[in-house]
Design a protein around this ligand. Structure first.
Ligand SMILES: [Mg+2]
Length: 433
């Protein structure tokens, strides 16, 4: 009964803007991507627990898990977990270093395969992409026939990826990015899930609320305190209550609970949206002199903010990147309350990060590179409209920091505008944003 009432409610509500008529979006998510690439290339790794790590140690003893193969997952190994914990849970697994250039190369080929089927492909992370199929399926009338055609596209896409790259992917198809992203999770691995607008209420309502894009641990706690356990519970909560309690995010999550998301599929490489501003400096011979490092940092922050002001950007997150000796590189980040393009608040935050690192005892060797970047940008004077994708789970941050450290290791040159490895915004979530 409750279920019925809830669904009735969901169906009758038409409080958001109506979705673009006949819009058809596809989300592609590679299955255990890094691990699958390794298992494809190295027969020894097949059919056994394989854990791909972001680590600077030769023996994969520190760092974080990047991807665990499906064989390792019964042991509860997840991306973002420390390698140490993964080792204690699954000591018999194979541990290997992540080979980011190789995964990027495969990702580029996957992108090319996607682009054969749609001109609007958005790279969302190293192993995920959105495709807007609306234009390419224009010849099919909206409704059942178009959805079937979309399913065919999904099938063909998976087949091409399997044949040409020997990898499996899961595909979600639906009326917007939000729904497809959730749909691709439904039948992992090697899944193909179509969710039409008509099926949406029945599918969403009973799902746990933390399955919703943007609901992280903290939000889940808040919801639990309000008695919201499922997406249906959230949808039934008056929108005003959500807005009053959580502001813009509350409204976005409420709309998401109704399966509404207007955010466009933005073709990668087309939006020349800058993701971050950064500068770094190599220190010949290295130094452990904190005062010297602080002065260098100030100079870098100054240079970065000067460019931000020139290009009309404000930013909120400042990241400090350090290379210790000639091997270990890592990054630390802090997010400010307010957007700014001024040196002083950004420098203060970066310096605090630096001082904390200096006292951490991690520096066994002199610092050879110091870098700073500012991300989470918005254009001055432009209140960028927030979307549900702006409130993704911070759990991913750990992984991004590790990826950033890797980028440091491969070196982006002395002065970089971090365009994040060509097409591939590894941040994906704009975590690094
Ligand atoms: Mg994946």
């Amino acid at each position: 009964m409750t279920q019925y009432v809830m669904h009735g409610l969901l169906r009758s509500a038409d409080q958001g803007r109506p979705a673009e008529e006949g819009r058809c979006v596809l989300h592609l998510d590679m299955d255990a991507y890094f691990a699958s690439v390794e298992q494809r290339d190295v027969p020894l790794y097949r059919n056994r627990p394989l854990i791909v790590c972001h680590t600077s140690s030769d023996f994969c003893s520190h760092g974080v898990v990047a991807t665990a193969s499906y064989e390792a997952r019964p042991w509860g190994i997840k991306a973002g977990m420390s390698v140490w914990e993964a080792r204690s849970r699954c000591p018999h697994a194979c541990f290997v270093h992540a080979d980011i250039p190789k995964y990027l190369d495969n990702a580029r080929r996957i992108l090319r395969i996607c682009e054969r089927r749609s001109h609007r492909v958005e790279v969302f992370s190293i192993d995920e992409a959105f495709m807007d199929l609306t234009a390419s399926l224009q010849s099919h009338p909206p409704g059942g026939e178009r959805w079937e055609a979309a399913r065919e596209v999904g099938r063909g896409l998976k087949e091409d990826i399997r044949r040409e790259l020997g990898l499996t992917a899961s595909v979600g198809i639906g009326p917007n990015k939000l729904v497809t992203k959730m749909a691709s999770e439904f039948q992992k691995p090697d899944g193909l899930t179509l969710v039409t607008p008509a099926q949406l209420p029945d599918i969403l309502a009973p799902m746990a609320v933390d399955k919703l894009v943007g609901v992280g641990r903290r939000m889940r706690r808040n919801f639990r305190a309000m008695g919201i356990e499922t997406i249906g519970d959230l949808a039934r909560t008056p929108r005003e209550v959500m807005e009053w309690k959580f502001g813009v995010i509350g409204r976005l999550l409420w709309r998401a609970a109704w399966g509404q998301d207007d955010s466009p599929v933005v073709r990668s490489g087309q939006s020349h949206e800058v993701k971050s501003f950064g500068h770094s400096l190599s220190l010949r011979g290295g130094t452990g002199d904190l005062e010297y490092l602080e002065n260098t940092l100030l100079g870098l922050v100054d240079a970065v903010t000067r460019r931000m002001r020139r290009d009309g950007y404000l930013g909120r997150t400042v990241s400090l990147r350090l290379r210790v000796g000639y091997s270990m590189g890592y990054a630390r980040a802090r997010t400010l309350e307010e957007y700014t393009d001024l040196s002083s608040p950004l420098y203060a935050a970066a310096r605090e990060l630096l001082r904390r690192e200096a006292s951490s005892g991690l520096w066994k060797e002199p610092i050879t590179t110091v870098g700073v970047s500012v991300s989470q940008l918005r254009r001055r004077g432009e209140g960028k409209q927030m979307t549900i994708w702006d409130c993704l789970d911070p759990r991913q941050e750990k992984l991004t920091a590790a990826l950033d450290a890797l980028r440091d290791r491969y070196g982006e040159g002395v002065v970089t505008r971090a365009s994040l490895l060509g097409d591939f915004a590894l941040s994906g979530m704009n975590l690094a944003r």
